[in-house]
Design a protein around this ligand. Structure first.
Ligand code: ZN
Length: 219
């Protein structure tokens, strides 16, 4: 596939997922942002436009160092955060949300503990990165530190960020993270939740790897 075709399909995929953001409760209005890596380039949503109306042609293409290569609109103000994640992880896509459950958790807790084994999708309990202004280098640094060994982080008084091997993978993780935060809040209504141990989480990860290996063999 030519780079031009790859960039176009990334733009179209981003536009499709933008349509889902509000309906899935992950962001309101123009909040939050999504990006996809295509080789040494990143396609990212523009700043300040309503997600329900974003089109493929309005997505911005930048280099990994942030140079605008094709930007009909201003790229998202969280571009430095997205680029920092691409430069330091194996991420192929990044999803940044302002979903209610994670924001509520971020202002009262230091991490989302392992209340359900599905948290292994995040790499373990999800840390809350200390507050720093949106779009700042300080925020990118705090999030990178919280992402150590994880594929998701919660941003204090702000939202959450997830990455994945594809946009679908990163987006599904963002939906799951919001669900896990909700489960934790609900569990706390009943009392002190039982938290899964490191050994129990390791057992789940090992079994997940074993089942994936089985899937490949059956093909
Ligand atoms: Zn944000």
């Amino acid at each position: 596939m030519s780079i031009r075709t790859e960039l176009q399909s990334a733009r179209e995929e981003l536009a499709r997922y933008c349509q889902r953001l509000a309906a899935d409760g992950l962001a309101v209005g123009a909040a939050g942002n999504l990006s996809v890596r295509v080789g040494s380039r990143v396609v990212i949503t523009p700043s300040g436009l309503d997600y329900g109306e974003l089109t493929a042609g309005e997505m911005c293409v930048v280099s990994l160092s942030g140079d605008e290569l094709d930007a009909p609109e201003a790229p998202s103000s969280e571009l430095p955060l997205h680029l920092a994640i691409y430069r330091t992880t194996e991420a192929a896509a990044v999803v940044h949300t302002h979903s209610a459950e994670v924001v509520a958790l971020s202002v009262t807790r230091a991490e989302l503990p392992a209340v359900h084994y599905a948290i292994t999708s995040m790499g373990g309990p999800v840390r809350v990165a200390a507050y720093a202004r949106f779009g700042s280098a300080g925020l990118a640094a705090a999030v990178l530190s919280a992402l150590d060994g994880r594929r998701a982080a919660i941003l204090q008084n702000h939202g959450a960020v997830c990455y994945g091997a594809s946009l679908a993978d990163a987006y599904d993780r963002a939906v799951l993270l919001e669900w896990l935060a909700r489960v934790y809040r609900l569990a706390r209504c009943y009392g002190a939740p039982r938290i899964l141990t490191d050994a129990e989480l390791a057992e789940v990860s090992a079994e997940t790897r074993r089942l994936r290996y089985g899937e490949r063999r059956r093909r």
